[in-house]
Design a binder for this molecule. Structure first.
Ligand code: PRT
Ligand code: ZN
Length: 211
């Protein structure tokens, strides 16, 4: 019996996800271009996936658990449990407008066009604030949308803020604060739950040692 974990194949969360498993004393053969590998000293099978696909795999039980940004979990609206925040991959999902635009409050987004890769989270934010706006879903290079006349505002992930700055944008609202989380399937078998508890215990010890 093995616990199946999904982690990002490549990208911002990949290295820290592998590092966390290592710090938990779990050795994995991290072969380049592999889709799947196994730990040598823990009953763990590792799947390497696009981050966007991870919540679905967990909901379906193809993976028991996974490491993914909370932003992705919320956007995909899949039925998964967030069992532990992991302290890396920290960022915020923010609204930004061209820096020359006067912006006073969220009301200023009313009837505007907002470009984003996070339509679900943005829609919820607008509803919560009683704002009607037009959401334009785009999959990448969101920050160029205002400059090419596609949108009046954008909602995108920000960490240092330099991408916004370089594109002449200013951050005006924080919609969500996010970090990498450990997510788990709703209906784990008892054996898998036991393995998850063992892993969680180690993760929490690693996290404690860092604080
Ligand atoms: O290939 P795959 O689909 O798996 O990866 P991806 O390209 O969709 O995601 P990736 O690797 O870029 O990001 C994975 C996760 O890292 C995100 O879902 C977030 O949870 C987290 N994260 C943390 C970030 C950032 N910080 C971040 N800064 N994800 C993206 N960015 C981008 C942002 O979109 C913008 O383009 O970085 C740019 C802004 O950075 P600053 O530093 O200039 O503000
Ligand atoms: Zn992705």
């Amino acid at each position: 019996m093995k616990l199946k974990i999904a982690i990002q194949k490549s990208g911002r969360l990949h290295d820290d996800s592998i590092k966390l498993l290592k710090e938990c004393g779990i050795d994995i053969n991290n072969g380049v271009n592999k889709l799947k590998t196994e730990a040598t000293n823990f009953p763990l099978e590792v799947f390497f996936l696009r981050d966007d696909d991870i919540p679905q795999y967990i909901e379906d039980g193809v993976a028991d658990i996974g490491i993914v940004g909370e932003n992705v979990v919320l956007e995909k609206k899949k039925q998964v449990n967030i069992v532990q925040k992991l302290g890396f991959g920290k960022c915020r999902l923010s609204m930004a407008v061209e820096k020359s635009i006067e912006y006073n409050s969220v009301q200023d987004l009313h009837n505007k066009r907002i470009a984003t890769s996070y339509p679900v989270i943005v829609e919820e934010f607008l509803q919560r604030n009683g704002i009607t706006a037009e959401i334009h879903e785009i999959s990448g290079s969101v920050e160029i949308a205002p400059g090419i006349g596609l949108a009046d505002a954008i909602c995108d992930l920000v960490s240092s803020g330099s991408t916004l700055f370089m594109n002449g944008l200013k951050e005006v609202e924080t919609v969500l604060k996010s970090e990498a989380v450990l997510a788990a399937c709703h209906n784990l078998q008892p054996a898998q739950q036991q393995l998850l508890d063992k892993l969680l215990f180690r993760i929490q010890a690693v996290r404690k040692a860092k604080n």
